[in-house]
Design a protein around this ligand. Structure first.
Ligand code: CMC
Length: 445
């Protein structure tokens, strides 16, 4: 079986893949197969197995997809060994220092930092898309008072599909409007769900305010009390969103791609992504970290004891470890600094921050964590910033979802613009019973 045969069978997108001309040789059942090697712009290498089953009858099996590239993407680059994260080529550190969430969202979505005019247009479109249909307000009253805001968010985001019909053929203006709706309305839904949970009237968005200011005002002002916008808090929340804006093929983004590949309604597709994010091994970890720190504080359990329990697998050190990063998550470094600055500037000391520092210090000297490459991830310190900004713990993952929206939408958009687009449909190796026959209930023992 030669390379030429494989080339003939390529799909449109595989035909465009940058190749080295090199192949990997696979010997199976005494036959040799040549599999094309694909190389990315940052020299990441892959073996293209898209024709493997057709040619050999075998599939690849990769529990948790640790070695499976599901797509080729131009959006985000991560080097997990070196702790590098770049959006569209620009280091996360530069963006966190110099950019804003809105500007970065444009970069992620459309590939370039916006010009002044583009940025104004994009911001205006976000501002003009912030209201949700008035009839949707009934939904919020239908939830129990202590409903988790993520439950409300997934439901209400999916319901947007009923109020904002998406045309069958999405042309560019319609696509831009859907993108603006989701980025802007998720923030409104998040704030409304919080207001309902505390029994206060909702606060409508205002076109006069910028993205984060608008959100904080909807969250924390009330008819009897204006909310004073603290520039440090505004900036901290803005950078929090920016740092979460995309992270290539993580669990929720892969969910968005998978659900989106059936050509499902975009609001429902994003809602599926929010559901995937909710889990505590993914976006739900930020809430779990603060719960863990508070547990340590309240139960008189020392950080040393907690780390020992984590090593015995009785607990997980939440906010530690990552599938891709084998070193510090670069976002964690930035968030830790912001957290330090924010607490110092406000002259408050948070015992949870001290406990987090101690846990980190202990873990980073311990062979259990070092040998497994377990370092702080983005969630380790992020909850403490949100706590300092006044957010209740159960809103933390909701804020992650607001931040991740540009990434979900950019990945969904990229997938649909790929000429080789097809429905995602993994295979399996069946390990159940082989053929057997139905037994009537009277004969079953
Ligand atoms: N505490 C204690 N042990 C851990 C931890 C942890 N946080 N994370 C991994 N391990 C151990 C694990 O028990 C296993 O040990 P062994 O080799 O003895 O069986 C080894 O490290 C490898 O772990 P794994 O679960 O196979 O690694 P994974 O790549 O499948 O999981 C992870 C990655 C992020 C789910 C995991 O590290 C974890 O559960 N961390 C805590 C939850 C968390 O902070 N999640 C946020 C991730 S970053 C934000 C995001 O993208 O959502």
């Amino acid at each position: 079986m030669g390379v030429a045969t494989l080339q003939e069978a390529r799909t449109a997108s595989t035909a465009e893949r940058p190749r080295t001309g090199q192949t990997a040789r696979l010997v199976l059942d005494g036959k040799t197969y040549e599999l094309p090697i694909v190389v990315g712009t940052e020299n990441e290498k892959a073996i293209d197995t898209s024709q493997l089953r057709a040619e050999t009858g075998y599939i690849t099996l990769d529990n948790g997809f640790g070695n499976t590239g599901a797509c080729q993407s131009r959006i985000t680059f991560i080097d997990g060994e070196k702790g590098i994260l770049r959006y569209r080529g620009i280091p996360i550190e530069e963006l966190a220092e110099k950019s804003t969430f809105t500007e970065t969202a444009h970069l992620i979505m459309y590939g370039e930092l916006p010009t002044k005019t583009q940025l104004e247009r994009f911001s205006k479109r976000l501002n003009c898309s912030s209201l949700i249909h008035e009839d949707m307000l009934h939904f919020f009253t239908g939830f129990p008072k202590d409903a988790h805001p993520m439950a409300i968010l997934t439901t209400v985001v999916a319901s947007l599909s009923a109020f904002y019909p998406v045309p069958e053929q999405l042309d560019e203006p319609a696509e831009e409007q859907v993108i603006a709706n989701l980025m802007s309305q998720i923030r409104t839904i998040a704030a409304f769900s919080y207001k309902k949970s505390i029994g206060e009237p909702i606060v409508y968005p205002s076109n006069k305010l910028r993205f984060v200011e608008n959100f904080l005002t909807m969250m924390f002002s009330s008819p009897v009390k204006d909310y004073h916008l603290d520039p440090d808090i505004v900036r901290a929340v803005d950078v929090f969103f920016l740092l979460h804006a995309d992270h290539e093929q993580n669990c929720s983004t892969s969910t968005v791609r998978l659900a989106g590949s059936s050509l499902g309604n975009i609001y429902a597709v994003v809602s599926a992504g929010i559901c995937a994010l909710w889990g505590k091994l993914h976006g739900g970890a930020n809430q779990e970290v603060v719960n863990m720190l508070q547990y340590i504080r309240r139960n008189g359990c020392s950080p040393e004891e907690f780390v020992a329990r984590a090593k015995d697998k009785k607990e997980r050190l939440m906010g530690f470890g990552h599938r891709v990063y084998r070193t510090f998550d670069p976002r964690a470094r930035i968030i830790k600094q912001i957290c330090h600055k924010l607490l110092n500037k406000r002259g408050v000391s948070d015992p949870c921050f001290d406990i987090a520092l101690k846990l980190e210090e202990i873990a980073l000297k311990d062979d259990y964590f070092l040998s497994r490459h377990l370092y702080p991830n983005v969630d380790f310190y992020s909850g403490l910033i949100l706590k300092a900004a006044g957010f209740p713990t159960n809103m933390f993952t909701v804020l992650f979802a607001i931040g991740r929206m540009p990434g979900w939408l950019a990945q969904w958009r990229e997938m649909h613009h790929d000429p080789g687009f097809k429905i995602a449909r993994p295979r399996q190796i069946y390990q159940g019973p082989t053929l057997r026959h139905y037994v009537p209930v009277s004969e079953r023992v």
